[in-house]
Design a protein around this ligand. Sequence first.
Ligand code: PXP
Length: 271
Amino acid sequence: MPEMTSGAAGTGKPTRPLGRLRLGVNIDHVATIRNARGGGHPDPLRAARVAEAAGADGITAHLREDRRHITDADIEALVSTISLPLNFEMAATDEMQAIALRHRPHAVCIVPEKREERTTEGGLEVAADENRLAHFIAPLREAGCRVSIFIAADRRQIEAAARIGAPVIELHTGAYCDAHADGRLAERDAELARLRDMAAYAHSLGLEVHAGHGLTYDTVSPVAAFPEVMELNIGHFLVGEAIFSGLDSAIRRMREVMDRARREAFGEGAA
Ligand code: PXP
């Protein structure tokens, strides 16, 4: 499938990107493959080092309640060894809060978690749980962690994220990517328009905007071309692609596709 190009062109908006677009490489599924056999191979820590050498700006890892991929020991090793900032994904539970406060990672991303899901299926329901979440993230912020909230591109959720004092939101791109993969093109375009509008809306409320979930070489470009988006977190596709081309090459190519999208939307020097 061709890599789509789009972005700000044609929206009529005067746009310059708000800054350099960062790439966070999610290494969860390196741990998934390791855990399929037990033992230590492939090592997520080695993947983090390769990601750094390939130009990643950060490492993302999700410590799930059931420890199905990343383990406590992985987090320990990442925090003590890697020099890239760690984005620690976690559910809003007391156990995870205590772990985050012990390690004080650069960033914490609060995600919804269901034991029976294969991956993080939707965004966090912030609007219905505002009070608890406001209290939940306060100590993490006080500990110096940059807190982001993983949400659907939904006005209600964005407003709630701003009200609870989260400085950052990450928009869930899964519905857009699924529609693309299934060839539901009208739906894909509608999801993309929603993401674009909600990225602009979140920025207007003072939130820093990130995005991720399900992104591939084919789907990343339009999202990379949103001027408000400052960071993309990408994992499953890169780890899968690494089987064919190697992790270093997969990350470098993703970086190139992102940078090209930014340049095509905003001109040279805009990546
Ligand atoms: N961002 C968040 C908050 C996630 O939970 C995930 C998946 O763990 C990703 C990004 C990366 O998604 P994917 O592995 O599909 O690229």
